[in-house]
Design a protein around this ligand. Structure first.
Ligand SMILES: NC(=O)c1ccc[n+]([C@@H]2O[C@H](COP(=O)([O-])OP(=O)(O)OC[C@H]3O[C@@H](n4cnc5c(N)ncnc54)[C@H](O)[C@@H]3O)[C@@H](O)[C@H]2O)c1
Length: 254
């Protein structure tokens, strides 16, 4: 542990697997107390954090349900006494059917909007009271390269991740007066279960094309992202807000 997040309580949504699980573990290794929320069971994440000597609690969370989001914030308070950081990571991604833009299932479109966009709004509302009264906080929204580069056959997903950037910029302007920072991270495709599901039998070809379009010619790995999350959660970024950091091997330059 190097202690960059010592004394902080962080909430990570979508922390049962993939990137959220990795963020939870790495932030705990930096000294944070972690609340891992997911619609799936977070026991494995909590066990991994505990085995590494960290502190974590798991909560069942549905980001589309405001009561569930409030219960997650209450759990952070009752377990660790406050909320310093929220990582809005939960999203519908891997299991999406997608398709041509004019053939996307309207139910799937609405689910993506509900989870990936309204979910970010709901979780942010749930933590804002704690952050306002502490006069500090960091909200980190997970966007995607898809928002900046465009992604064919997944219009709903790309739209939702572009909305996350809009939320980030507007909230940063609104919450600066309370010393709450809001930033987002836009990764390219990372090799997670979600990415396996998303690309299916086109995964190998997609990996090749993505790496080829980058300045750094290899695919992004799970461990590549945690440093940026820790930076945005920590006081090292205390004058950074409203930004979207591309972690994409140099694909899009902002
Ligand atoms: N993996 C990538 O290539 C990649 C690239 C760019 C951005 N992202 C983003 O990073 C994040 C994590 O990606 P991942 O690859 O780990 O995906 P993933 O599918 O493994 O993880 C998403 C998590 O969100 C949870 N979730 C879904 N609906 C929920 C709900 N209603 N309430 C609470 N939790 C819910 C899922 O159970 C899952 O554990 C997502 O926001 C994704 O859009 C991923």
């Amino acid at each position: 542990m190097t202690g960059q997040l010592e004394g902080k309580t962080v909430i990570v949504t979508g922390a049962a697997r993939g990137l959220g699980k990795e963020y939870a573990l790495r932030m705990a290794q930096e000294g944070a107390a972690v609340v891992a929320g997911d619609i799936r069971d977070c026991a494995e994440t909590v066990d991994a954090v505990t085995a590494a000597g960290g502190r974590a609690v798991g909560v069942t969370l549905d980001v589309t349900d405001m009561d569930s989001c409030r219960a997650m914030a209450d759990a952070a308070f009752s377990s660790f006494g406050g909320i310093d950081v929220l990582v809005n990571n939960a999203a519908l991604y891997g299991g999406l059917k997608g398709g041509r833009f004019d053939a996307i299932d309207p139910d799937e479109w609405n689910q993506v909007l509900n989870v990936n966009v309204t979910g970010v709004w709901n979780c942010s509302k749930a933590v804002i009271g704690a952050m306002r009264s502490a006069k500090q906080g960091s909200i980190i929204n997970i966007s995607s390269l898809a928002a900046m580069y465009g992604l064919p056959f997944s219009l709903h997903y790309a739209m939702s991740k572009a909305a996350v950037i809009g939320i980030t910029r507007s909230l940063a302007r609104e919450l600066g007066r309370d010393w709450i920072r809001v930033n987002s991270i836009a990764p390219s495709a990372v090799m997670t279960e979600g990415t396996d599901e998303f690309f299916g039998d086109k995964l190998d070809r997609a990996k090749e094309v993505i790496a080829d379009n980058q300045s750094l010619k290899r695919n992004l790995e799970v461990g590549d992202l945690a440093g940026t999350v820790i930076y945005l959660a920590s006081d090292a970024s205390k004058f950074v807000t409203g930004q979207t950091l591309m972690v994409d091997g140099g694909s899009v330059f902002l």
